[in-house]
Design a protein around this ligand. Structure first.
Ligand SMILES: NC(=O)c1ccc[n+]([C@@H]2O[C@H](COP(=O)([O-])OP(=O)(O)OC[C@H]3O[C@@H](n4cnc5c(N)ncnc54)[C@H](OP(=O)(O)O)[C@@H]3O)[C@@H](O)[C@H]2O)c1
Length: 248
């Protein structure tokens, strides 16, 4: 996902949030009937690599506690670039966990690719948003800072980041591996913090390990947040569809 200007989509959603969250979940909702139908044609005791799977590459496993989330599910009052990443990470996890409960015949994965050698950092640093200001001097200073960061950060990023081809191979492996078997295997090898999440929902690291620690998520589950996140998402979809059909 390219980091571009902060702006709204024609539907009135903040664009980056729409790309990182609402769009992904809309694809998922639209495809679920087909996925469920595929599942029904499989034998019930199929291993998980033969079951339909929704595989979302964003930032699974890196959820952190966000005090504003229960009240401001759209992050309207708390929007910063750092909050955007944490907010869409958490929302994807809550929504997919909820769907895993609702749709037991489909598996859901929220994956974190780690650092990958794409244009992501360059496009973030080169975005006009980074240097926007009404003051000419401040705009110039920000422009200079971005140039320095590009000269210093970009080479470091490309050294530490995973090559694109390796990332592709790993994501393909994760999208097809028998997750329930891997889950069972990892359960046998303590230590674990917290209670592991619902079967059928997995958060995965760039190393292709399932994230077992869900300490951060426990507080959100106690507040019913997976369900509330989903209700909020469906309400946003309804409002977008109403706008599209001319209803208010
Ligand atoms: N690379 C990393 O280190 C890293 C780390 C953690 C998570 N991720 C996540 O992995 C995902 C892919 O990232 P990436 O590194 O592959 O990014 P990327 O190389 O910058 O690719 C961005 C993709 O998103 C599309 N896109 C951007 N803005 C769009 C818009 N407004 N509408 C429709 N499509 C748009 C681009 O289409 P065009 O080519 O047409 O512009 C391109 O296909 C992102 O969700 C990112 O947050 C990446």
């Amino acid at each position: 996902m390219l980091i571009r200007d902060l702006k709204d989509t024609p539907e009135g959603l903040e664009e980056l949030t729409s790309l990182a969250y609402y769009g992904r979940l809309r694809f998922t909702v639209n495809l679920l009937p087909l996925l469920e139908r595929t599942a029904k044609t499989n034998y019930p005791d199929e291993p998980s690599n033969r079951r339909p799977r929704v595989f979302s590459v964003l930032n699974g496993g890196n959820e952190r506690a966000l005090p504003f989330v229960p009240e401001d599910l759209q992050s309207e009052k708390s929007y910063t670039m750092l909050n955007h990443v944490a907010h869409t990470t958490l929302m994807n996890t809550l929504a997919l966990e909820h769907l895993a409960h609702k749709k037991p015949s489909v598996d859901f994965v929220h994956e974190s690719p780690g650092k990958v050698q794409t244009e992501i950092v360059a496009s973030f640093l080169q975005s006009p948003e980074r240097t926007r200001s009404r003051l000419v001097l401040w705009r110039w200073l920000k422009g200079m800072l971005m140039l320095v960061l590009q000269a210093v950060l970009l080479p470091v990023f490309y050294v530490v980041a995973m090559p694109l081809a390796e990332s592709g191979e790993r994501r393909l492996y994760e999208a097809t591996v028998d997750l329930s078997q891997q889950w069972q295997k990892q359960l046998q090898s303590p230590p674990h913090n917290g209670i592991v999440a619902a079967p059928g929902f997995y958060r995965m690291k760039h190393t292709s390990d399932i994230v077992m620690d869900d300490t951060v998520l426990q507080a959100y589950r106690a507040l019913g947040m997976p369900e509330r996140a989903w209700e909020h998402t469906m309400a946003v979809f309804r409002s977008v569809l109403d706008k599209g059909s001319g209803k208010k």
